[in-house]
Design a protein around this ligand. Sequence first.
Ligand SMILES: [Zn+2]
Length: 536
Amino acid sequence: MHVAIYARHSTDKQETSTQDQIRRCREYCSVKGYHVADVFFDEGISGSHLANRPGIGALLVAALDGKFEGVIAEDLSRISRDQADTANFFKKMVFLGVPVETVSDGLNNELHIDLKSTMNALYLKDLSDKTHRGVVAAVLRGGVPGGQLYGYDLVHALDEFGEPIRGKRKVNEEQAIIIREIFEYYAEGRKLKHICDDLNRQGIDSPKGGKWAPSSLVGSFVRQTGMLRQTLYNGFVTFNKLQYRKHPENGKRLSIVRPEKEWITVPIPELAILKEETFLKVQKALDERSSMHMQRKLIPAVMTDEERRDKSIRRSREWRPNQAVGNKRANAVFGGKLYCGEHDQKITATYAKHYSCPVKGCANRNLHYDEVIKLVLDAIANLDEAKIVEHFEGDELRNIRAHHTQEIARLTAQLEDLRAGMNKVIDALGPDARSNEIRVFFDDKAEQIQRTKLDLAHHKRALADNASPRKLDAIVQHHQKLIAKLAVWSRDSEAVIPMRQIIKRLTLTSSPDDLGKPTCHADFDFLAIIAKSQTT
Ligand SMILES: [Zn+2]
């Protein structure tokens, strides 16, 4: 393995000199059989302020160029005396895929554990493009591409060659407090408008001066812009999102969103303002809220009748728990759900505590509450894990899931095609293309992309809605608890209300084999069972 040695010596007399550190590292490498490809050091520089050390900066750039596969230092304190700083360095090395070893305690794996979900999704993509490499190198040394950004001040610093590092920033603590506040509020579920009103009331200036507006916080869904999506607040720079082309007719700059896989994300942890947890929570909320918002706005007009019906069913299911809470009247658990199996008619209350099928001469007439409740409780008591599995693994749901999976694949490919097609046309556009046609073409393509994205979101949600549930034992246990309550007192509203929500239909059938005694069959609303188990 080719490795690089890093050494640092401050003016502190207690420390081993740079030369001593390098000698110890060389000995370690020869024992381990490593080939020393390069040596980097910082002399007379204190352990903090990693960002101002030219040796480390040069090491990062060399690592990016693939000059070595590992870094050896005498001790962790050589990298930095500051724990956060050390962690920052490790994040960057993980990004570059370069492990760090110390002579004093070998491989420092424990630090890698600290790098959570965002880092897992991160890897160094193919960087054959020279301009991209340049930007990545600058970012690793603390330079952020792009203009002024709320939450940071530009600082002027020179690199190891005495050249100014462009876009170097430091956190502006005053603005950072406001950013944290905005993210916390949004994560709590507060409305954008309320957050803005609040900031305006406090007389806090918006990033551009003047009043805060929801659009600056949430930006564009397609372009993934806006303050709440700013990855730098989580310690990552994302660039290469947009592609700029000159409009052939009027010379104006057109910007086109690149496919997400072409975006480049580089860690710059020293500029993080938020806890990763908060940032991720807000991203999730943004995606949910924006796709819901778009669906509400755009979908109804183009929905098929079937989709409309689906939507209204889902709505009523979501609303049911709220309505039930307000309804304090203790109903029969089977009220409104009981059907005559023979005549397919609702069995309703006729007079005090008696229930009947409306068809004259039917066996299911003049049934007493005590008799019915006994049959019903027996029927609903036999919900077990096998029944739930049977439902979710049955052909119907399998087909539904297969359908959505297929649609997701199709739409993903379609989206790629649309984007590729758009780029091709942009490349091919000559100077004599008429501007009106071009505008129509782009509007049309943009709308198609938007529609495809919405369709994708719809199918992804539907797939999740129909996925097999986990924690089946907990669901069944919860169900049995309700049954036990009903066995004690069948009108216990604490059990009646939640139980009614998960029963789809109860069918009473009089079987002649059983001396004309009716039996009861329960159909459950399995999606409601799952939804219920997630809220309790
Ligand atoms: Zn009947």
